[in-house]
Write a protein that binds this ligand. Structure first.
Ligand code: URA
Length: 276
């Protein structure tokens, strides 16, 4: 069976799909001894010899899903050219190579999902899927209802109008206040820019929910593997949304064959490669 080169590389756990594309474009990948830079290239994993940086791809690793409570002043990437601490250093004992799903700012904290399931990660981050992300934020000053309304409707930022958000007041003090805001996009510094636009800079930001996942009482710097229920909920979320997208585009009812592929998932790792 032919599959796209970047999918094969991502499926081996070596890199995320995006990183795999970068490696292909940069000429680090050979197929049967020839450098391939075409992202659309299809290969047969049974017959073709694929090497990345001169080394054969290893067999696909089992899937692993975990959440980490990223502390402030830690990069949400696996490495940092500037030498700052990264989330990688917070994953002792995780032998499977996992990648962060999305980013949090250096000075933000809270829930980060990490996995080696490239397709799932890509689907969770795809703007079309509108996966909700909830942040607990401390802002300068106290927002009036009139200032909250534009955030809920959508505010104009330099990269376009934001989609509707949900904002709840949590607590207020004399100089500042706490809010909970749920957005369905993942633009760079989005929450900070939204609050800045209504004149209330963010002083602290913590992600407390990502789709069906909640941070709970996981301490800063700690991680845990997802439960079966959580991993299944993630897969169902993207499956449902993809199916809804298909229905909207093609005006067709959802087919039942996809849901019949949903299999229970061991909590830590799974050797199954279910499509999502
Ligand atoms: N929005 C931000 O502004 N920063 C983050 O880290 C996450 C969301």
């Amino acid at each position: 069976m032919l599959i796209r080169l970047q999918k094969l590389i991502a499926g081996s756990g070596l890199a995320s799909r995006r990183k795999a594309e970068e490696m292909i474009a940069a000429g680090h990948v050979t197929v049967n001894g020839r450098v391939v830079r075409e992202l659309g290239t299809r290969v047969d994993p049974e017959r073709d010899h694929v090497k990345v940086n001169g080394r054969h791809l290893q067999a696909a690793q089992p899937y692993a899903y975990l959440i980490l409570n990223k502390p402030r002043n830690v990069m949400s990437t696996l490495d940092d050219p500037g030498g700052r601490p990264t989330v990688k250093q917070l994953l002792p004992g995780v032998s499977v190579r996992v990648f962060p799903v999305g980013r949090l700012d250096f000075d933000s904290e809270g829930l980060m999902l990490l996995t080696n399931h490239g397709d799932l990660a890509q689907a969770l981050l795809h703007p079309r899927n509108h996966v909700p992300k909830t942040y607990l934020i401390k802002v300068k000053g106290v927002l009036t209802d009139e200032e909250i309304k534009p955030l809920e409707r959508g505010v104009k930022l330099e990269d376009g109008v934001t989609s509707p958000a949900t904002v709840k007041k949590v607590r207020k003090a004399a100089q500042n206040s706490w809010l909970e805001i749920t957005i369905h996009e993942g633009r760079k510094h989005q929450v900070k820019r939204m609050l800045e636009s209504v004149g209330h800079p963010v002083l602290k930001l913590m992600r407390v929910r990502f789709g069906p996942l909640t941070l709970g009482d996981l301490a800063p710097g700690e991680y845990r593997y997802l439960t079966d229920r959580e991993a299944n909920a993630l897969r169902e979320l993207v499956r449902d949304r993809a199916a809804r997208g298909v229905r909207l585009e093609a005006s067709k009812p959802k087919t039942s064959s996809r849901s019949s592929r949903l299999t229970p998932h061991p909590s830590r790792v799974s050797t199954r490669r279910s499509a999502c």
